[in-house]
Design a protein around this ligand. Structure first.
Ligand code: ACO
Length: 371
């Protein structure tokens, strides 16, 4: 047996959903650059679940199903209202996601048709959950989803109460497309491990939420914004980053386990960050981000990952910092559910081994005789 810390380089299973080959990311064989440029997020959801892009009828049916399933049970809203308001949104949403299963009659139905219906419900309800918490924690009433709005439009509307403009819809749509799936990342792998015991789809996505929350994974986008706000002004970037690296601390939003020559999603988010800065006239965050990118590369040879420029993008869209990771989860729910469906289709328990490095031949000593 060989031991590989962090499972680096280990190929744990086959998958037909997304691939990273020579630094190029594809969903079902389609280059992410192409999808980021042209696709609606709903098309990507269909692509991940079914292996091909939808035709017009299939796309319209999916949009209708997402709209019909967008409302969340009143009991879950009440639960949110009773929850402490100062908790991290990812902790609250991990709990609320789990609570959804209590009000789904099909929660334990393991047929493929029921699992696809549950995947639709989960993707449909995720933006409603996040937006509801975004308001409830501020003492505001949640806003019901509009049946005539698209997926992205509805989320931005439910969060702010205002109809979003075209620029915001387009930018947010691209961010959703870019975050939708990423092969065997930590949260997706957690979901697959969970459902490989033949546990239900809700248990799988709750496990994934827990894994995404951490700052080495999805939690990094919030940390990037926290860092930008702490630095405050471009003049302080050099000193701050140099000190951090000299102290052997990590700069959030940099580095990646799989990409050693840059994350192909980052360039899209960088461009969006620049475009939004142009539109809002507030260049500060984009400028600081560019300065940090150059410094971290010069000093450490590391390039930004998907989380780095998504921070300034979401900030320019007026989204609160602690909702950045929940927003990631809205998008990644499509990938998690696609992987769970794939796992069920050809399941085998995921159970690796550990190389034991503890003491051996230790005798039991009765409690009275212990020091
Ligand atoms: N800042 C400074 N140094 C870094 C960074 C960073 N962001 N990332 C890696 N390094 C350094 C490490 O200190 C280490 O240096 P050393 O060899 O001198 O000790 C070397 O690069 C290798 O780093 P590891 O942490 O071993 O790489 P690993 O593949 O295990 O981790 C990870 C990848 C977790 C993404 C790491 O790069 C990191 O912590 N980045 C910051 C957090 C982050 O942005 N996470 C989001 C990733 S994308 C996503 O999940 C959506």
């Amino acid at each position: 047996m060989t031991t590989t810390k962090g499972l680096e380089g280990v190929v744990a299973a086959t998958s037909e959903i997304s691939s990273i080959i020579d630094g190029v990311l594809t969903y079902r064989g389609i280059n992410i650059d192409d999808l980021a440029e042209h696709a609606e997020f709903e098309e990507v959801i269909y692509l991940l679940w079914h292996g091909k892009l939808p035709n017009r009828t299939q796309l319209d049916e999916l949009k209708k199903a997402l709209n019909e399933n967008a409302p969340i049970p009143n009991e879950v809203i009440q639960m949110m209202k009773l929850s402490p308001k100062e908790v991290h949104p990812m902790a609250l949403l991990r709990t609320a996601l789990s609570a959804l299963s209590l009000y789904d009659e099909e929660a334990q139905d393991m047929s493929e048709a029921a699992n696809l219906r549950k995947a639709t419900k989960l993707v449909a309800k995720m933006p409603t959950l996040v937006a509801a918490w975004g308001r409830i924690r501020n003492g505001e009433e949640p806003i019901a989803p509009r049946p005539d709005f698209g997926y992205v439009q509805n989320f931005l509307y439910m969060l702010s109460g205002k109809e979003p403009d075209e620029v915001a819809i387009r930018a947010f749509n691209t961010a959703m497309v870019l975050h939708a799936d990423h092969e065997f990342n930590a949260s997706t792998f957690a979901a697959r491990v969970t459902v490989a015991t033949l546990s239900d789809i809700y248990s799988g996505v709750v496990a994934a939420m827990g894994a995404l929350k951490g700052p080495l994974h999805g939690g990094a986008n919030e940390q990037v914004m926290a860092m930008l706000e702490e630095i405050k002004i471009p003049e302080r970037v050099e000193e701050y980053i140099t000190n951090k690296l000299n102290n052997k601390e990590k700069v959030m939003g940099f580095g990646h386990r799989v990409y050693k020559d840059g994350d192909p999603r980052a360039k899209h988010l960088r461009r969006m960050s620049e475009n939004l800065a142009q539109l809002t006239g507030d260049y500060k965050w984009y400028r600081m981000s560019v300065m940090i990118e150059k410094l971290v590369y010069d000093l450490k040879g590391l390039k930004p990952n998907v989380d780095f420029y998504s921070a300034s993008v979401y900030h320019s869209l007026g989204l609160p910092r602690d909702l950045f990771t929940p927003i990631f989860a809205i998008s990644r729910m499509s990938g998690w559910t696609a992987h769970i469906l794939e796992q069920y289709r050809d399941n085998r328990l995921i159970r690796p081994r550990a190389e034991y490095t503890g003491p051996v031949n230790v005798k039991y000593i009765p409690v009275e005789q212990r020091a």
